[in-house]
Design a protein around this ligand. Structure first.
Ligand code: BMA
Length: 831
């Protein structure tokens, strides 16, 4: 097998049949090329998006001239391989059409030897307007829309969120978005490999290797070798179905459950005589078993992931495309976000169904970081067509993607779609034809492909789902079985406390929005146009009324901010508070609840959204708090009751006690020390206590109940805060602060902070903060200087120094760091 990459060729692009050819990049897309050639301004700036809608209505051409080396055409076969064309495309080689595409998720391979010549050749890819395609196809398909402002983007197999979503701009692009090359071969070639893992009860592991070849049926000999960190651990030569026992198998575990050893499986196809290598390929795998455990239990039917026989509480978030223009993203673009996820103790990401099947870099990183992947097929929210041609296109798409991803250590589940049944169950009930289309896609075509090619990965028809039947679309049913999307908080404007109302089995979506930091805002918002109800900020809020909803929720828990930066800070505090209330509730209800995946991990452009990571990778307050509430050993307080306001807006409370829980999902049992202190805002320690606790795997235990009625009556709840901490093995594993009233009513002392900076190197610093008074959610920033920190947005306890490690990306002097350093806490955000 010889390969001739075409991506590095000198590509050019133009609007079809008009104008000048301009330099282009492949993989890429027309928007990136127009920006790079200065033909359009940054679509992310201000309201520029609105002026760039013309691009989706045009046809575009890409062209490259390349040279075929001597001898290349002496091979029996030469294929053009295009791994992704977005979307409606025709490809010409030296003027002859060799390939057509109308599905962005198909991988293409066509024989083209006859079209090539040694020396100079020309390839042209012509992209038809997606909108023209949508207007001309399946006119009968007129579904209820949820996200596409123009409509009917479901009739084209293309990244749905390009058409606009409630966190994404509408930037419908096109281009050669994945690799493109020529492959020359003779005799035979490998068309794929399926690696079956055999895990024996006693722990022995063997691999059975099933290579597919292009000339299926031709007698073949394969040589397989398995290595770990470069050392060969098993090898065999013979026909398909070779079995390779793995000595001392090292199992792959999700984050915080063990290590992620990855074995390389190399497969060579040898010519009939058993001599020369005709073709070869590798697959990097993790030895593990993963399944979705659904068994009858005390509450109904379990819904949890079992990895190597251990039930795992899934801690994570939903992943959306990392950029409005995904073509051309590099490993580093993914590593930034996924490393942040792993650092925050996540062990699962859900690749949500309105984006893309992600890149190899993405899954490589999930394999390496121990992030299990809940993989949706790319269908979301709206009803899709069900005609034969559509089903066939989807079947091929599923076959391509399942074959591509099935060996991944991180792959935990295939899920048919996002929310289509949940959002349209009435219509599907009333229109049998639509139901039939829906069932063909999600209950026949996709599960059949997963069963046939998936190598044992489970399939779940849609998310949320609790089994067939009308009654399943209720929260009550979500407390018994399946997964749930809980959007009462935010979309139904319900109070934050409503998270604690339900005992769901697995929550795969819930979320709260916040604004991006001032530094990120400055990257898209013209100076002076930062008002959240002004054109630029409203354009960077894609959920109708979202900026007002953020303000409403901020007003529930915090006082009116003194300025824009304080508003942003409070929006992020509120987001962190909401996710903390939700996730800690879900973890305290373990093992009834066995998963919490919040909406959303990342952003595809700079905006206001539900993300914890800003578009530039900056951690919002939420992500720092995630690192705490997902930690394997957690101390968590449940405060039944709430603050109420009656007639005349007079305040009252039904809070009487605080329940202290320990929640533990580190593999090794441990013993810990649970401690608590009740403080007055004036610094007095009013009450303290501590107790030894046993921490067992997968256990959530109510360890202590504190009656706070007398302290509240004596000191006033606005003057009190409770500190709780859990030490494991003598080290602080988890801590938190509990208020007995919403933060806005707290009588916070005036902040004073002493800062000591120690240089460890020109890029590493140790910073210690000390305050004589209590400060809540003390957050520091470095004025846009890219950095990571061991902690942020923590509480300062009077007289207790707090030290964080800082790593800045660009070397600076300590004095400059001091100048750049700004900080605030809750009391600073009010007038
Ligand atoms: C759910 C998701 C997304 C959406 C999010 C926020 O519906 O599946 O479609 O972006 O909520 O509204």
């Amino acid at each position: 097998m010889r390969s001739l990459p075409l991506a590095p060729a000198p590509w050019h692009f133009r609007e079809a049949d008009t104008g000048k050819w301009l330099p282009a990049r492949v993989p890429g897309c027309v928007h990136r090329d127009l920006i790079r050639n200065g033909r359009i301004p940054d679509p992310f700036w201000g309201t520029n998006e609105l002026g760039q809608q013309w691009i989706e209505g045009r046809d575009w051409e890409y062209r490259a001239v390349f040279s075929v080396p001597e001898g290349f055409l002496s091979e029996e076969d030469v294929d053009l391989v295009a791994e992704g064309l977005d979307t409606v495309a025709e490809v010409f080689l030296n003027g002859t059409k060799v390939l057509e595409s109308e599905n962005m998720f198909h991988s293409h391979r066509v024989p083209v030897r006859a079209r090539l010549r040694t020396g100079r050749n020309e390839i042209v890819a012509r992209f038809g307007s997606a909108m023209a395609y949508i207007r001309s196809r399946r006119p009968e398909h007129q579904p209820r829309e949820f996200n596409d402002p123009v409509g009917r983007s479901q009739v084209i197999r293309k990244e749905q969120c390009q058409f606009g979503w409630d966190w994404a701009p509408r930037l419908v692009t096109c281009g050669i978005w994945r690799d493109i090359r020529l492959e020359a071969w003779s005799g035979n070639r490998l068309a794929g490999v399926r690696i079956e893992q055999i895990h024996a009860p006693g722990g022995a592991v063997s691999l059975r290797v099933h290579p597919d070849t292009a000339r299926a049926g031709a007698p073949c000999t394969f040589r397989c070798a398995v290595t770990l960190l470069g050392t060969e651990v098993a090898a065999a030569t013979g026909p398909a179905g070779l079995v390779l026992p793995i000595p001392e198998p090292a199992l792959w575990w999700p984050r915080d459950h063990g290590h992620q050893p990855l074995y390389m499986v190399a497969v060579e196809l040898l010519d009939g005589a058993g001599g020369a290598v005709l073709d070869s390929t590798t697959r990097r795998i993790g030895l593990r078993t993963v399944s979705l455990e659904r068994k009858p239990d005390a509450w109904g039917e379990s819904f949890h992931f079992l990895v190597n026989g251990r039930p795992i509480f899934a801690k994570g978030a939903n992943w959306i495309p990392a950029h409005s223009f995904v073509a051309g993203l590099a490993r580093e673009d993914y590593a930034r976000e996924l490393r942040s996820a792993a650092e925050a103790h996540m062990n699962m990401v859900r690749v949500w169904g309105g984006g893309i099947y992600e890149s190899e870099d993405f899954y490589d990183l999930c394999d390496e970081l121990g992030l299990l992947v809940w993989q949706d097929f790319m269908f979301a929210c709206t009803i899709y067509p069900g005609d034969r041609a559509f089903l066939d296109s989807v079947q091929r798409e599923a076959e391509d993607q399942v074959r591509r991803l099935r060996h991944r250590a991180c792959l935990a589940l295939w899920c048919g779609n996002n929310e289509i049944e949940g959002l349209n169950h009435q219509e599907l009930r009333e229109k049998p034809e639509l139901r039939a289309h829906y069932d063909s896609l999600f209950h026949q075509v996709l599960p059949e492909v997963v069963t046939r090619l998936g190598g044992g990965t489970d399939y779940w028809p849609t998310s949320p789902y609790r089994g067939p039947g009308e009654a399943t679309h209720t929260f009550e049913m979500g407390e018994k079985r399946g997964d749930t999307h809980f959007w009462d908080v935010w979309h139904s404007r319900k109070p934050v406390k409503d998270y604690e109302k339900y005992l769901f089995r697995f929550v795969s979506e819930f979320g709260m929005q916040s604004f991006s930091s001032p530094a990120t805002q400055a990257a898209f918002c013209p100076a002076g146009d930062g008002n959240i109800f002004g054109p630029a900020m409203e354009n960077h809020q894609k959920n109708a009324g979202g900026n007002k909803t953020i303000l409403d929720y901020v007003a529930e828990s915090y006082r009116f901010p003194k300025d824009q930066a304080s508003l942003i800070y409070l929006s992020q505090l509120n987001q962190a508070l909401c996710m903390q209330v939700g996730v800690e509730h879900y973890r305290r209800t373990m093992p009834r609840c066995m998963g919490a995946l919040y909406w959303q991990l990342n952003d595809c452009w700079p905006c206001a959204s539900w993300s914890g990571l800003e578009f530039n990778g900056n951690w919002k307050a939420l992500h720092h708090v995630v690192r705490r509430f997902f930690s394997p050993a957690l101390v968590s307080a449940h405060v039944p009751g709430e603050e109420t306001r009656g007639i005349g807006n007079y305040r009252a409370t039904t809070v009487r006690e605080v329940h202290l829980y320990t929640v533990y999902d580190a593999p090794e049992p441990a013993s810990g020390l649970l401690s608590w202190d009740l403080f007055h805002m004036d610094g007095r320690r009013l009450k303290s206590g501590k107790m030894r606790v046993r921490l067992g795997y997968g256990e959530s235990v109510k360890q202590k109940t504190l009656d706070v009625t007398r302290a509240m009556a004596k000191h006033g709840r606005d003057n009190l805060y409770l500190r709780m901490a859990l030490d494991v093995g003598g080290a602080r594993a988890s801590e938190g602060t509990v208020f007995l009233t919403p933060p806005r009513f707290l009588s916070l002392p005036k902040p004073q902070t002493k800062v000591v900076i120690e240089s460890l190197s020109r890029t590493r610093f140790r910073v210690t903060f000390l305050s004589p008074v209590f400060q809540h959610r003390f957050g520091f920033d470095l004025g846009g200087l890219a950095h990571s920190s061991s902690d942020n947005y923590f509480d300062l306890i009077p007289g207790e120094p707090r030290t964080v490690e800082l790593h800045v990306e660009v070397a600076i002097h300590k004095s400059l760091l001091r100048n750049k350093l700004t900080y605030r806490s809750l009391a600073d955000s009010y007038a």
